[in-house]
Design a protein around this ligand. Sequence first.
Ligand code: A2H
Length: 253
Amino acid sequence: EAVNPQEYTAVKMEVLEWGPKAKSEMLQAIGGKKVWLVAATLRPETMYGQTNCFVGPTLDYGLYEAGSDLFLITDRAARNMAFQGTFGGERGEYKKVVDVKGEEVIGTKVRPPFGLVEEVYVLPMEGVLATKGTGVVTSVPSDSPDDYRTLMDLRKKADMYKIKPEWAAVDPIPVLSTPKYGDMAAEVLCKELKIQSQRDTKLLADAKELAYKEGFYNGVMTVGDFKGESVQDAKPKVRQQMIDAGVAVPYAE
Ligand code: A2H
């Protein structure tokens, strides 16, 4: 565990349409409010390439009051956000309106902020940790080996994972280019390291490290307002644009 706090960007994905497993208790508790799935990322500059969203199907989430909206996150994240002033109320105070299990939101359609594809679906990921971020992970399979491998697993065995193939239909979208791995670092590394499944955690950790270093130090943006700029320069600029647009909030832990 790091000694210094990690500065995440919590990106807000608006719910456009609930999936088939959404419970009526939840829908009633929401009333007419706007709901956001909120995902913690360390790579805000890759958000153009979101193809889906991941939750842990067995994890516990809730809908928490965030001003006049609701955030779908873990209790742990809600507590941290309350102390960081994210919800706008008294520091440290927060209110859950209803409990939600991860599996209940699979198949929900959301809008990925700054995404080149404007509507994506929520899918299950086995390795989502309840102890990190918000428990919601936005998926960028061009640059995250975990996201790439999980998306490919889901496509291969849609029945087993109880998902509709069309929920996993968006292909990886290139957003940045690197000298070593081109513009699909995650795919190249998963193939080079012969990563067979999302459960190959050791190899995935190696791939993640390699992709992260090459992308951050040698990557150049190929899309968006900072196209042609280095990833290092673009990262804080995209982050600020997202915050200014009301589709992201700073999040530390
Ligand atoms: B990153 P660190 Cl393109 N469980 O965002 C598992 N993984 C989680 C998580 C959780 N509860 N919460 C966040 N994450 C993921 C984008 C991305 C990320 C790219 C490339 C690498 C990458 C798109 N997914 O992460 O342990 C999120 O995925 C590797 C640095 O705090 C988050 O950033 O370093 C990253 O793990 C944070 O992991």
